[in-house]
Design a binder for this molecule. Structure first.
Ligand code: PMP
Length: 366
């Protein structure tokens, strides 16, 4: 398996070797509990402090105290949703709402909290002029790459959250209109099981996980120091390299698009404002999973949807919300690019995909 043939970077990215090198001392020698006051503890806390600063810099937070470490975007989303449910007091701006395009890590806690689903027309979110206590709109959709503008909901929303998991470390942005933002390190070349929640005013938030004074009493549990240090290292690398990576990604995307032009009956999903990192393609009357398996046999990793739901046979809620006809919906694949892909591997991927689609169509395998 060649790392440059891994095109499933929206599911997770490879861990950058430079990140691993920065993590290792916190496993081998500086393994202290960051809450301890002795030397081992102070060493660990030093790593945590530096990581918090690096993450704050990357996401343009005004102060490192606005970053709370979590086990990842799923926990961050659950946390903020749980807080919103408990704090929604029924004032002039009341009620919770989320977009129908959210990841299940937002949709499921939102459903349990009784949040309403914003209506949409094609890729447009409606309800901008309604008043809400809390609204969550993801910045980039993980299945089709569409970029959304949470800021459109600022005026009528007391607390605005955005799931920025597919953005942090990859695309530039400001946090200006937001009160909260979620992210995970393993989407930008850091380790898995570590992420964060940006909180504009940490005073407003209450804990979701109880059981310790860590994170200023906001999140109990011994700090995952190697993970936190790894996310900090990934943030520092992204700070220097995201613009170069983005330019290369745009080129690689264009190469894949050019290579698949000979295919018949296909469409590119996601609309006009789409992250170049995510390329969702539907092939009419084919089965996305068959394409994924065929490509796997040729040494390429792509996916037929979100990794978290790819073991389920339910149709994607995102494509369903877009009212895509079933014979197109089922033939959808996702190619997600990253810093370890090359122009050459993008060209070969596109060529192999085109041949695979042609072969499946000739065989009449749908
Ligand atoms: N939100 C989005 C948009 C995602 O793409 C993902 C990961 N697929 C998550 C949340 C969940 O992240 P994690 O599994 O790291 O908690």
């Amino acid at each position: 398996m060649k790392p440059e043939n891994y095109f499933d970077n929206a599911a997770t990215t490879p861990v950058d070797p430079r990140v691993i090198r920065e993590m290792l001392p916190f496993l081998e020698t500086n393994w202290g509990n960051a809450s301890s006051i002795h030397g081992w503890g102070r060493e660990a806390m030093h790593g945590v402090d530096q990581a918090r600063q690096r993450v704050a810099t990357l996401i343009h937070a005004a102060d490192p105290s606005q970053i709370a470490f979590t086990s990842g975007a799923t926990e961050s989303n659950n946390w903020v949703l749980d807080w919103a449910r408990r704090s929604n007091a029924g004032g002039p701006q009341s009620g919770l709402a989320v977009s129908p395009f959210e990841h299940s890590a937002m949709l499921e806690p939102a459903a349990r909290a009784g949040a309403e689903m914003l209506e949409s027309r094609d890729l447009m979110l409606l309800g901008k002029s309604d008043s809400y206590f809390f609204v969550s709109i993801m910045a980039v959709n993980n299945e089709i790459g569409t970029e959304f503008e949470p800021g459109d909901f600022r005026d009528n929303t007391e607390f605005l959250h955005s799931d920025k998991t597919q953005v942090v470390g990859k695309l530039g942005y400001g946090l200006d209109p937001l009160d909260f933002a979620s992210f995970s390190a393993h989407k930008f070349y850091g380790p898995k099981g570590i992420g964060g929640l940006y909180v504009r005013d940490p005073q407003t938030l209450s804990p979701f996980i109880l059981g310790g004074e860590q994170e200023g009493g906001l999140r109990g549990g011994t700090l995952n120091v190697p993970g936190i240090v790894g996310m900090g290292a990934a943030a520092a690398i992204a700070q220097d390299e995201w613009q170069g990576n983005l330019a290369e990604t745009q080129e690689m995307r264009a190469i894949v698009l050019e290579a698949i032009r000979p295919c018949s009956d296909y469409q590119i999903n996601g609309g006009e404002n789409v992250s170049p990192y995510i390329l969702s393609v539907s092939f009419k009357d084919l089965e996305g999973e068959t394409i994924v398996i065929e490509m796997d046999q040729q040494g390429f990793a792509i996916s037929s949807g979100a990794a978290c739901s790819s073991r389920s046979t339910d149709p994607s809620h995102v494509l369903t919300a877009l009212k895509m006809p079933t014979n197109w919906l089922r033939g959808t694949i996702r190619i997600s690019l990253g810093a370890f892909n090359t122009r050459e591997s993008a060209a070969v991927l596109g060529k192999s995909l085109t041949e695979t689609v042609k072969r499946l169509r000739n065989l009449g395998i749908t």
